[in-house]
Write a protein of this length. Structure first.
Length: 83
């Protein structure tokens, strides 16, 4: 949690809780931005009970829609973990 807060405060990408029907079921956010090379990565974790419902897809689309125009990244990498 502290590393996510520090990353956000340094302007290197936010982390968000993911909710489905008022229940927190995962997290989604950016790995630290590389502003010099204009690259960044998206990471996410989703509880296995919530996979296959389009939740991660919606979360990543919202993250891209909201953040990519602001940070002007030329490349975006993604990675997923579930459990």
């Amino acid at each position: 949690m502290n590393s996510a807060i520090s990353q956000r405060e340094a302007g290197k990408g936010p982390q968000y809780a993911v909710f489905h029907k008022a229940t927190m079921c995962g997290v989604c956010g950016f790995h630290p931005f590389d502003v010099t090379n204009k690259t960044g990565g998206i990471g996410y974790w989703l509880s296995q009970a919530y996979t296959g419902k389009g939740i991660t897809t919606s979360s990543v689309k919202a993250l891209n829609r909201h953040w990519l125009p602001r940070v002007r990244l030329e490349s975006n990498r993604g990675g997923m973990r579930h459990g």
